[in-house]
Design a protein around this ligand. Structure first.
Ligand SMILES: C[S@@+](CC[C@H](N)C(=O)[O-])C[C@H]1O[C@@H](n2cnc3c(N)ncnc32)[C@H](O)[C@@H]1O
Length: 683
């Protein structure tokens, strides 16, 4: 297939739960140590109807080089099929042949959306999709030359089908038919006349189609129920002779370097089932916590997490949901791009990319700029359109904080931690290149890619700067809006960066949470106190201590700040409490996004309204002390600059007392070894 790349996942369907088609790896064939599907039955098939509806709602007008008749247009509904049809084969044939070609590629095919191929295949595909995303011109140009060679008959044939799917005019026709449906139905008892004959026959056809669909739906439902009952029976049989290992046996197992993955996966299924129906299925005398401990240990082993993180993540969900979450982290999320509206319109970009052999469709009706790429015969990070700044490779979830921020033309906006600039350039575009965007990042090296993106996308209202975010508002303040897309642990993006599975410890979460608390207060203090100002706080972590705990802290420390609705149409409510920690009812207004629910990277978004400042009793601001810059990997990088705003800041939060003590001890120790040099604090 050469440079051809595939991304067969369904698009993000944030409004309805989405289950990823699981990787159907069998324990026999996968290599030892590689994470495997433990609970294939937890994944559901995506519904073709839903996809088709979404596509109709969000499709746009793309020119059709070879227009088809209206009948021809009816058949293809889902772009998974359209993707296959790129080679010019009739869609049905292509689907059939694809099923026989690749057995592992199954779930969802019958719905018109191909399931996800095995993890390794997708990982490779995704890599090739992104090839050249560093904007290396040479690679981009050679890719272009290859592309031009590819634009032959296949391209034109594929194009016909692609266009049919995306046609607006067809949609319009459908729309007008829909609109007249009611009146026709009302008249259905009236005698047939020459005048109403056509309408009546159309109405009958439509009704027949509807009934047919209902029948199909019912059949599918019955089939699903039967499958579930069968699965349940199989599972019950499987756990029939299941004996939970004792603590000693677990210990022995660990010392011997672990057991066969097939055994571990079987145990995961058994423990999940037992925990769901504990009183009926548990062994007498064994406690729930014993099963939970075994399940967490097995999850860590099967999916390759350290025990600490597996446990922390497990605690966020119900048992079944936890398995779905860990499973979802084993497959990449859909590849998405954002149209740079400063340079082009989405439909023109779509047309240009389709002409190059890219199969895509709108991301969903919640975004006017997003496109999901299903398949591409060219590296999506090196097309001429990419190099000309017509789009940004950007994950769907990272659109969300900017949508919540909702920047307006002519405003002054601060993007406090902005490199490499996905959100900055989006903000700039929404402001139509007016006003001012301060794009700051503490890591100098990263400001290079930030500047490059700002230039490539033609953002003329952006100023790039390189400060520790905690130096604001001393550097400059009075902003209308501030985005703090905070440095975080990345627990939401494990499918993208699997190193998170093993390189995070308790200490990282403590340090990050502390830095995030410092940054959010500085973000709040950087807005103009006289105007109705907005701060959006976001992370690509799903850990409450980096999300709700940080926002709750800011609300406590800044009584003039209130949470407001994010304005995002989907997402789960933020936690109001977690494992004994109370965050407050208003935290419901914040939003959580999960890979297994929304088919996006895990993300957290909170929108804060900053009112007039109230002085505390002491007439002082309560702010935490500086610690150091945390880089993307969560490592400590630097320290505060001498004489900066934070020199006077005192930290006084009881909740972090233990942390302060530890920091003091460390500082004293450092002083001992480096003399009196370190007024800079580096923990
Ligand atoms: C999640 S990334 C930001 C991604 C960016 N908003 C985007 O959309 O492309 C977090 C960024 O925070 C920066 N950072 C880390 N510590 C910082 C600090 N103390 N002040 C400002 N930025 C910081 C990192 O260099 C990193 O680029």
């Amino acid at each position: 297939m050469g440079r051809r790349a595939k991304n067969k996942q369904p698009p993000p369907e944030p409004l309805k739960p989405v289950k990823n088609a699981p990787s159907k790896s069998s324990s026999e064939s996968a290599p030892q140590g590689k994470a495997r599907t433990a609970n294939a039955q937890t994944s559901a098939k995506p519904a073709a109807k839903r996809k088709a509806m979404e596509m109709e709602e969000t499709s746009f007008d793309v020119k059709r080089p070879m227009k088809k008749s209206k009948q021809d247009v009816k058949a293809p509904v889902a772009s998974g099929k359209a993707a296959k049809a790129q080679k010019g084969q009739p869609i049905k044939d292509e689907l059939e042949s694809s099923e026989s070609e690749d057995e592992s590629d199954v779930e969802g095919d019958s719905d018109g959306w191909e399931g996800v191929a095995d993890g390794a295949d997708l990982a490779t595909s995704k890599k090739s999709l992104f090839q050249g995303s560093d904007s290396e011109e040479e690679e981009g140009l050679s890719a272009l030359e290859e592309d031009e060679e590819m634009l032959g008959d296949d391209f034109i044939q594929g194009h016909k089908i692609q266009d049919l799917d995306l046609s607006d005019s067809e949609q319009d026709d459908e729309g007008s038919e829909e609109g007249s449906e009611e009146s026709e139905d009302e008249d259905s008892d009236a005698p047939v006349t020459a005048k109403n004959m056509e309408k009546r026959s159309k109405a009958l056809e439509r009704r027949a189609r509807q009934e047919e669909q209902e029948e199909v739906d019912e059949q599918e439902m019955l089939q699903k129920q039967a499958e579930e009952a069968e699965d349940a029976m199989e599972l019950d049989e499987e756990i029939d002779g299941f004996v939970l290992p004792s603590a000693e046996e677990r210990e022995q197992e660990a010392q011997s370097g672990g057991v066969d993955l097939a055994v571990v996966q079987k145990r995961i299924r058994a423990c999940t089932r037992i925990l769901n129906r504990f009183t009926k299925l548990a062994e007498p005398g064994r406690s729930r916590s014993e099963y939970v401990a075994q399940l967490i240990a097995d999850i860590a082993y099967n999916y390759g997490y350290n025990q600490f993180l597996a446990e922390r993540l497990f605690q966020l969900f119900t048992v079944n949901e936890a398995i779905e979450f860990f499973e979802a982290n084993e497959t990449p999320r859909p590849v998405t791009i954002r149209t740079n509206t400063l340079r082009c319109r989405r439909r023109d970009l779509a047309q240009a990319l389709i002409n190059r052999g890219v199969n895509l469709e709108p991301i969903g009706k919640w975004s006017k700029e997003g496109l999901q790429v299903f398949e591409s015969s060219v590296p999506i990070g090196a097309t001429p359109e990419y190099l000309a700044g017509h789009y940004m490779l950007q994950s769907a979830s990272s659109f969300l904080p900017v949508l919540a921020l909702d920047p307006k033309p002519n405003e002054r906006v601060l993007d406090m931690a902005s490199a490499p600039g996905g959100k900055t350039t989006y903000i700039s575009a929404l402001m139509q290149n007016t006003g001012l965007v301060f794009a700051n990042d503490a890591t100098k090296a990263r400001t290079k890619s930030l500047s490059a993106n700002v230039h490539r996308l033609g953002c003329k209202n952006v100023i790039v700067c390189n400060y520790d975010g905690r130096e604001f508002p001393k550097v400059i303040g009075g902003f209308d809006r501030v985005l703090l897309d905070a440095p975080c642990s990345g627990t939401g993006v494990i499918s993208k960066d699997p190193s998170v599975k093993i390189n995070k410890s308790e200490r990282d979460f403590v340090l990050l949470s502390h830095l995030q608390k410092q940054l959010i207060l500085c973000a709040i203090d950087s807005v103009d106190p006289k105007t109705a100002a907005i701060v959006v706080y976001s992370t690509c972590s799903i850990m409450p201590e980096e999300d709700e705990a940080v926002v709750a802290y800011a609300l406590r420390k800044r009584p003039h700040v209130k949470l407001v609705p994010t304005g995002l149409e989907f997402g789960k409510e933020g936690f109001t409490n977690f494992r004994g920690k109370q965050f407050g009812e208003s935290l419901k207004l914040t939003r959580r996004f999960y890979p297994h629910v929304h088919n996006m990277d895990g993300f957290y978004v909170a929108k804060l309204h900053v009112g007039k400042r109230v002085k505390t009793k002491e007439g002082e601001r309560n702010e935490p002390e500086l610690t150091g810059i945390i880089d993307d990997e969560g490592g400590q990088k630097g320290a505060k600059k001498k004489g900066s705003a934070q020199d006077e800041i005192k930290f006084d939060d009881e909740a972090d007392q233990a942390y302060i003590e530890a920091a003091k001890r460390k500082r004293l120790k450092q002083k001992g070894s480096h003399g009196a040099t370190s007024k800079k604090v580096a923990l």
